[in-house]
Ligand binder design. Structure first.
Ligand SMILES: Cc1cc2nc3c(=O)[nH]c(=O)nc-3n(C[C@H](O)[C@H](O)[C@H](O)COP(=O)(O)OP(=O)(O)OC[C@H]3O[C@@H](n4cnc5c(N)ncnc54)[C@H](O)[C@@H]3O)c2cc1C
Ligand code: FES
Length: 295
């Protein structure tokens, strides 16, 4: 993990989102798909905590070598400030943070499912998977067409790509989970990687678990320190034998987790006081995905 003062190379609109490219050679060199950075908001503003953002691209070669790109939605004071950052501004950045997506090992057909800006880390993942000769298929969804994340780049990266929008303004009408069964069937996906709103991750994870397809999800939970110290970001995680559970920190043990072992009901509120994991829970599939991403 590196703390660096990073110059803003560019900050531009891409659909509904803002795309910020930073000169960050040391962080870019170490970054892996699924990891994130934390950006500090300068003194003089009432924003104490750094803001976490997934790494969308980390360029190590070519004309953009040594740069990092994040893409964000301006929702509140921190992101509104970031949206105003100009070329040559200098940001205080910590990263790369968290556990990345795991290498698919011998599995050759990968399906990447992204919702809204949650698709951001999947494009970085798609590049790395393609470099390993894996077949990459994608489902990218959003509420409306303008929130569909970088559609042209998605088309460039994936062997097949299905767009979905809640209002039908682009691609298929509906949610990514509506398209999931047919895409898994058509592509023969052997492993699923997903990032997006937590209810979407739950639906994708539960569907894959029923089919015994390994599924890794990059979760989003409120983060105070981003460094494993404060335990703000906990996610309930079930033991492999289903007989117990513990909290994992999304910022260090995550954000990428095995979807089949997340105790979704407890995490997302339906059974927040329960102490016993759901009956009949069986060990989740996690075959080759136990290895960290090799470089
Ligand atoms: C690992 C991780 C990766 C993320 N990647 C991206 C990304 O690629 N693009 C993007 O647009 N956003 C991403 N987020 C969410 C982003 O961090 C928040 O939108 C941002 O912190 C909001 O700050 P704010 O000051 O603008 O808004 P606030 O006024 O603080 O909040 C606006 C909204 O964002 C939520 N929020 C606030 N702080 C956080 C936080 N620390 N983590 C999660 N949600 C928060 C609030 O609940 C509220 O709904 C990510 C979050 C995490 C944890
Ligand atoms: S945000 Fe502090 S431990 Fe995760």
């Amino acid at each position: 993990m590196i703390r660096a003062r990073c110059e803003v190379l560019s900050n531009r609109r891409t659909g509904r989102y803002h795309s910020l490219t930073l000169v960050a050679p040391e962080i870019a060199e170490d970054a892996k798909p699924g990891q994130f950075i934390e950006v500090g908001v300068p003194e003089g503003r009432d924003i104490l905590l750094r803001r976490p953002f997934s790494i969308h691209q980390a360029s190590r070669r070519g004309g953009w070598a040594g740069t990092l790109e994040i893409v964000f939605d301006a929702l509140g004071p921190g992101t509104a400030w970031l949206a105003e950052a100009r070329s040559h501004d200098v940001l205080d950045v910590v990263g790369p943070l968290g556990r990345p997506f795991n290498d698919p090992g011998d599995l050759s057909t990968c399906l990447l499912v992204g919702g809204g800006y949650g698709a951001a880390p999947l494009y970085f993942l798609a590049e790395e998977l393609r470099a390993k000769d894996k077949a990459v298929h994608m489902i990218v969804g959003a509420r409306t067409a303008e929130r569909v994340f970088k559609p042209l780049e998605g088309k460039r990266l994936a062997s097949s790509l299905v767009f979905t929008t809640d209002d039908g303004t682009m691609g298929e009408l509906g949610r990514v989970t509506d398209a999931l069964p047919s895409v898994i069937k058509r592509t023969g996906a052997q492993v699923v990687y997903a990032c997006g709103p937590n209810p979407m991750l739950r639906a994708v994870g539960e569907y894959c678990r029923d089919l015994e397809i390994p599924c890794q999800v990059a979760v989003e939970e409120l983060m105070a320190c981003g460094l494993g110290i404060c335990w703000t970001c906990v996610v309930p995680f079930i033991a492999l034998d289903g007989r117990g559970w513990w909290n994992v920190r999304a910022c260090v043990e995550g954000p990428v987790l095995n979807a089949a072992r997340i105790w979704w009901d407890r995490w997302l509120g339906a059974s927040a006081d329960d102490q016993t994991p759901p009956e009949g829970f069986t060990a989740a599939p996690e075959p080759q995905l136990a290895k960290p991403w090799p470089r």
